[in-house]
Design a protein around this ligand. Structure first.
Ligand SMILES: [Zn+2]
Length: 758
């Protein structure tokens, strides 16, 4: 394990297979795909930033790196990807074995280049799109949260406002004293040109092409996008006058909410004003969209919002049309280089499932909360803008590129990016996620954004491929061009070398390079993708079959003897990860709404391995008088009357008091001097929970509950049902879980039996 963490600390990469299966056939037998979870902008405090442009191979354009073979006498470097011999340019003339440029140092496999830009970068733009079809109480919460957020905006950033309900209003902020808005009908699809014409963008200059920045005067842009430092008054007056949508809503109807039209107007406004510059649409939505091309449900309240069952049976009449609309919007935003962030705050679904495509393809953030008053929303919004350098460290306009050794191809990326459809020799015919390309757009990315690259080994079995070879290395180069939050253009380059093995004896080497946590994270993304993209896909069957095949290939056993079965420590917790993945929110979707599922998967698809593992298999800590906080098994047997449990399920953090603890607390013992130890015991898990909340985005929901209380379900649902109502003996803690799910013991039993039969 430790060595995989070291590799991550050096390059921001984790791979299920750190020794690669060397042939197509071997890689198929490995079941878990050859893949990598990569965090392109992971913070490395000691990483050098080189103030010049990189040297590129003249054939394949990959960048000079520590794996190149260098001839110091002839001043030549050999590209490890295509074996091209490249001459060093004159300014590298002084290079010798003892005088290397930083990009050739063995430890700098990840390095950044900063090329000076001629023109000053355009400041970041934040365009707020605000739903006004919400009750007064929610509106008050929303205004408070927004005015706090605006206070935190960096002074040079530009801000704009669009509000919507039945109609869409674009607010002109540039003329503080006379507030002016442009109004659009919410039900109609409007083209970009119509929008611009309506807003008098070209009144003085007819015939100017929209989308060309030079075509728009700074004055035109300044009407709608104003510097945060100058617009406090104008913004506050818009906020103060912000009213609930005035159109009456009959008791049996939903409000007329034209979310999609508002987003379309916002995208076109940015497209006209700041194409190609870093800009975010921040959508704050308080209910289901009922009007326009992206409506998810009719206005009639008797018609329920689509469920997973409806989607499964193809009986969600609005779904396909809405997704198609947002796919179009995502293409527009990707072309413009702009991001869509979504804050969905309602008890109802709002259409996250339909909007997912536009958020994910632009690298946007998503937060789902019950109300604009909930800390999940308030604290997350604050986190976006907090501190001088932004807590999330937003970067913009990313382009991500991959190079591989010639025996590897790329199937695609599962994660927040968009394929630029640049087909080349390294694209696989099989497409997973965003594929058919070697270049992807990442409109928005931050230090946490993590992509999952899925590879294919295409090397055929041949006598050379299984015998010992002089060159048993595969190389990958991952390049990320981006604009950092200071507006500087950077290029992050990560070059990786992994050994490949094939033929007899390779199993032990493959085992030694297996990172089971990375494998679990990859399997979670792959199963989620298959559930969304393959009709009739049975996730449980697929996961079970994959696990059985993996165990029969890498387990140690005598054929047909289940009791002889054992797994190397490298694989030993993988079955447990798969057990919890089967029961997780990613696979058991019927326990949630389509909006919640979309939300969980969008977060999974942008997080690193450690965080993904917590989403799949929550962590559980126990606090008692007998011992300090200690990790305990995620099993119902962990529940005890004299314990406090802290469950971290990533989206939810639960502090669960055993019955006795709850009684003592209700009796107020913790306030008495002689029970100081009890007071400390009560406080410790709360402090630890706060620490988790502080560092995570979106901010998780905190649940404080007692054994047998109604909120206890947040804990119980995550525990292995080792004791259920089917069990004959009562469990020690007195809690049983009402479920027909198999428990882990039975699961493992089946697994061993089936694995030894293969
Ligand atoms: Zn090359």
């Amino acid at each position: 394990m430790a060595e995989f963490l070291d590799l991550e600390a050096q390059d921001g990469v984790r791979m299920p297979w750190n020794v690669f299966p060397g042939t197509k056939q071997e890689s198929t037998q490995c079941v878990v795909p050859v893949s990598a979870i990569y965090t392109p902008l992971k913070l490395f405090p000691n990483m050098p930033i080189l103030p010049y442009s990189p040297l590129r191979c003249r054939t394949c354009r990959s960048i000079l790196n520590p794996f190149c073979i260098v001839d110091y006498v002839a001043k030549i470097w050999i590209c490890p990807f295509c074996f091209q011999r490249n001459h060093f340019p004159p300014h590298y003339a002084s290079i010798t074995e003892d005088n290397l440029p930083a990009e050739l140092f063995a430890q700098y496999t990840t390095i950044e280049y900063e090329t000076p830009t001629e023109k000053a970068a355009f400041p970041p733009v934040f365009l707020f799109v605000i739903d006004t079809c919400i009750i007064e109480e929610e509106l008050v919460y929303l205004k408070n949260a927004l005015s706090q957020a605006i206070d935190l905006l960096p002074d040079n950033s530009l801000v704009g406002f669009v509000t919507f309900g039945t109609y869409v209003h674009v607010h002109e902020l540039g003329f503080g004293s006379i507030p002016k808005t442009y109004v659009f009908k919410g039900s109609k699809e409007i083209s970009k040109d119509q929008i611009l014409e309506h807003m008098n963008f070209f009144a003085k200059r007819p015939g100017v092409i929209a989308g060309v920045r030079d075509g728009l005067s700074a004055e035109s842009i300044g009407r709608f996008l104003v510097p945060a430092s100058e617009c406090e008054f104008a913004l506050n007056s818009v906020l103060e006058e912000l009213q609930k949508d005035p159109w009456p809503v009959p008791a049996d109807q939903r409000a007329t909410r034209s979310t999609s039209t508002a987003l379309s107007v916002a995208a076109s406004l940015l497209g006209a004003c700041v194409p190609g510059s870093g800009a975010r649409i921040i959508a704050l939505i308080g209910g289901p969209s009922t009007e326009g091309p992206g409506a998810i449900v009719s206005k009639n309240l008797s018609e329920p919002i689509r469920s997973h069952k409806d989607l499964d049976k193809d009986s969600a009449p609005y779904y396909t049309k809405a997704v198609k609309f947002y796919e179009g919007l995502s293409k527009q935003l990707v072309n413009q280089g702009h991001v869509l962030d979504l804050f969905a705050c309602a008890l109802d679904q709002v259409g996250v499932a339909e909007l997912k495509i536009a958020v994910e393809r632009t690298g946007g953030l998503v937060v789902l909360a019950e109300s604009f008053g909930h800390s999940v929303f308030k604290d997350s919004l604050k986190r976006v803008f907090q501190s001088s350098g932004y807590e999330l460290d937003f970067s913009f306009n990313g382009i991500f590129e991959v190079s591989c050794s010639m025996d590897i191809k790329v199937q695609g990326i599962l994660g927040p990016c968009s394929s630029l459809e640049k087909k080349g020799p390294l694209c696989s015919e099989t497409v997973v996620g965003q594929g058919s390309t070697n270049t992807w757009k990442m409109c928005g990315l931050d230090k946490a954004t993590s992509l999952c690259l899925v590879f294919e080994i295409v090397r055929k079995e041949s006598p050379e491929s299984i015998g010992p070879s002089t060159n048993d290395q595969f190389y990958l180069q991952l390049l990320t061009y981006y604009q950092n939050n200071n507006g500087q253009m950077r290029l992050r380059s990560t070059t990786l070398a992994r050994r490949w093995v094939a033929g007899p004896g390779s199993i032990q080497e493959l085992i030694s390079g297996f990172d089971q946590e990375a494998a679990a994270a990859v399997m979670a993304r792959v199963v989620s993708f298959k559930m969304e993209s393959e009709a009739e896909f049975d996730p449980i069957r697929w996961l079970d079959r994959s696990l059985i095949r993996l165990c029969s290939r890498f387990g140690d056993y005598q054929k047909d003897s289940p009791s002889s079965f054992s797994l190397s420590p490298r694989f030993s917790i993988f079955p447990q990860f798969m057990f919890h993945l089967r029961r997780s929110q990613f696979v058991q979707v019927f326990n949630n709404s389509p909006d919640e599922t979309a939300y969980f998967r969008m977060i999974l698809n942008r997080e690193n391995v450690a965080n993904s593992v917590v989403m799949i298999q929550p962590s559980l800590l126990s606090y008692s008088f007998h011992s300090g906080p200690e990790p305990v098994l995620l099993d119902v047997a962990a529940v005890a009357a004299d314990r406090i449990l802290l469950l971290d399920a990533y989206f939810t953090v639960v502090v669960f008091h055993g019955m006795t603890i709850a009684q003592w607390r209700n009796a107020g013992y913790h306030t008495q001097k002689e029970h100081e130890a009890f007071s400390q015991l009560l406080r410790a898990p709360r402090d630890d929970a706060e620490a988790i909340l502080k560092e995570r985005f979106p901010v998780p929901r905190l649940v404080i509950c007692d054994q047998h209380g109604s909120q206890a379900r947040f804990l119980l649902a995550k525990l292995n049902p080792s004791a259920t109502y089917n069990s004959s003996s009562a469990p020690p803690g007195g809690d049983i879980i009402f479920t027909d799910d198999v428990n882990f013991e039975v699961f493992l039993d089946h697994l061993q039996r089936l694995a030894v039969q293969q």
